[in-house]
Design a protein around this ligand. Structure first.
Ligand code: ADP
Ligand code: MG
Length: 570
């Protein structure tokens, strides 16, 4: 038999509605924190016991509430944050609906003590499951404290869905960490069951906040993000060096106009910035602060205000990606950091980035003069590239922060090999791989210069050989790192490039170039994605990456502006 249609009793309606806002202890902490921040607090401390189910206590030094308004916050839709929401002037405060405190009070016992500067004493109100049970005055410092006890004790159905106190406490810690990172200007303290878990200094320096959360050692491996499209979006924050990763997505904090939010697309933007750089199922740690015009964000799309919608989402996502990519290209990849000083990246190079032209990576060849491993300026680095694919079995197509990159696989590999060989030879001889049977190699007359070469010198470069008659060598070993190649051909090619045997440096260079050429992948060779990735990683960290040892370009860049112009988008 059907039941009559009835209106829910108010207390039941409120309790049910509360479920949308306060799902678990961490959501209570989030709402209370946001209220403290909205009240302009500079210092917020939070004490949790029993995973927040026994007690959540929060103290702030914000503007407070006067005696005559102290019970108002517990009335549904009562707020001091009136916005012209309907007309979309945008919401500048974290709260705007007046739902949090009534929702919390519907499912817990709440005591609020608050003092405004002008008053001598603080006001106190006690609410139990939605009913005001006490209102009086007491002595307390300026600001507001809210103590929430016995959360969900009147909603056993909700309790059933909660995890252990430890897990709930972790969720709470995550909320507090997010805000500590999002608001480095505010001091946050978190104690869980009497143990200090977080102490952010409130110095307004994001690195200080990051250090308080992740420790000094990890923090030193973060770099600053800064990217702005004027009037549209500004991205700041920090992101971890690709060598610092975590096994889950919890390392990402996204703050939009001061609000900690979750947004899968933002997550995706961050991950795609790291794509091709991190190992599978490893995630970066990053704090992404996005500021944009208030009217470009809809904050009213989720009951707990945890999600948002962007009016111009593509602009936001590509800015986030660019901010990270841009910073990533300025730090050495996967090199351990010696000192504890966080890297502060000079953003002066940004102007240069916007000055766009095709081929801007190619500069005519100059003889490489720098010593392998010597310091290079950060600008002289190939950006971090993501492999898109291979074309004509000859070129690698890649994406980087300046658009599309086309890499000549042979030229690039040659450069990588050449630099590797130079680095080795600078400190020691090339290792020799002995041949099973010695080979006699005849040198054609045309290359008689090669005949005078000293066996010692050749041995230093990995060839174990000695003259044999007037126009030949006996070859007993070849460079180990080129051991897979046909020995005779390798030897002949190596000595052909040598002019006299007297200009030692020039000869050495010619020899290394030949060896590099032979050790490299050929044009026409199909490469797997991981081979291409390895090649690009090697090229990124190679000195003189712009050209092969013979001076041909290794990389062409078609920057985004160029591509857009060609497609008539600009
Ligand atoms: P909202 O934040 O959406 O306005 P809440 O239910 O969270 O709704 O809070 C209701 C009102 O209570 C706020 O608008 C604010 O005026 C007041 N309030 C709540 N917490 C604090 C606090 N910590 N300090 C000062 N005022 C507060
Ligand atoms: Mg609020």
């Amino acid at each position: 038999m059907r039941n009559k249609i009835q209106i829910l009793p108010e207390h039941l309606a409120l309790t049910i509605a509360a479920g949308e806002v306060v799902e678990r202890p961490a959501s209570v902490v989030k709402e209370l924190l946001e209220n403290s921040l909205d009240a302009g607090a500079r210092k917020i401390s939070i004490d949790i016991t029993g995973g927040g189910l026994d007690q959540i206590a929060i103290y702030d030094d914000g503007e407070g509430i006067p005696y005559n308004e102290i019970e108002m916050p517990f009335i549904r839709f009562a707020t001091s944050k009136m916005h012209d929401y309907l007309y979309w002037s945008g919401v500048s405060t974290l709260g705007f609906r007046g739902e949090a405190l009534p929702s919390i009070a519907a499912v817990a016992d709440v005591e609020m003590v608050s003092k405004v500067v002008q008053d001598d004493a603080a006001s106190r109100v006690e609410i139990s499951h939605g009913e005001i049970v006490k209102k009086d005055r007491k002595g307390a410092p300026d600001g507001t404290s809210v103590v929430v006890r016995s959360l969900f004790s009147n909603v056993p159905a909700r309790l059933k869905f909660l995890k252990s106190a430890g897990v709930e406490a972790k969720q709470i810690a995550q909320v507090v960490v997010q805000y500590a990172l999002g608001r480095p200007d505010v001091r946050f303290t978190l104690n869980i069951d009497g143990k200090a878990r977080l102490n952010s200094p409130g110095t307004n320096d994001l690195f200080d906040a990051v250090r308080s959360v992740y420790g000094a050692k990890k923090a030193s491996q973060f770099f600053l993000l800064e990217f702005e499209l004027s009037g549209q979006v500004r991205v700041t924050g920090v992101a971890s060096d690709p060598s610092v990763t975590v096994g889950n997505r919890n390392g990402l904090t996204t703050i939009v106009n001061g609000r900690a939010v979750k947004n899968r697309n933002l997550q995706f933007a961050v991950e795609s910035a790291y794509q091709g750089i991190l190992r599978e199922r490893r995630y970066p740690i990053a704090v992404i602060n996005i500021d944009l015009p208030l009217s470009d964000v809809d904050v009213n799309v989720h009951p707990a205000k945890a999600e948002i919608k962007f009016a111009e989402q593509d602009v936001v996502f590509s800015s986030v990606k660019t901010a990270i990519r841009q910073a990533l290209t300025k730090v050495p990849i996967a090199t351990p950091v010696a000192d504890q000083v966080p890297r502060r990246i000079d953003m002066g190079a940004r102007a240069e980035m916007q000055e766009t032209s095709m081929n801007n990576l190619f500069v005519p060849a100059t003889d490489p003069v720098d010593v392998p491993g010597s310091e290079r300026s950060v600008e002289d680095r190939l950006p971090v590239l993501r492999v898109v694919g291979q074309i004509a079995s000859c070129y690698v197509v890649a994406e980087g922060y300046q658009g599309m990159y086309l890499i000549d696989q042979h030229a690039a590999h040659e450069r990588v090999w050449y630099e590797k060989l130079r680095a080795i030879i600078a400190t020691k001889d090339l290792e020799i791989q002995g041949l099973l049977d010695p080979i006699v190699v005849e040198i054609p007359e045309l290359f008689e210069d090669a005949i005078g070469l000293q066996s010692d010198w050749l041995r230093k470069h990995g060839f174990d050989c000695e003259p044999f008659g007037d126009n030949a060598y006996v070859l007993r070993g070849v460079p180990l790192i080129l051991g897979g190649l046909e020995p005779k051909e390798l030897f002949l090619n190596a000595v052909y490039g040598i002019r006299s045997g007297k200009e030692v440096d020039a000869d050495q260079d010619a020899l290394l170039k030949t060896l590099a050429c032979h050790g490299s992948v050929r044009a026409g060779q199909r490469l797997s994605v991981s081979e291409m990735q390895e090649l690009l990683r090697d090229l990124e960290s190679s000195p003189n990456f712009r050209t092969c040892p013979h001076g041909r370009p290794t990389v062409l860049n078609f920057d985004t502006a160029f591509i857009e112009r060609q497609f008539g988008r600009r």
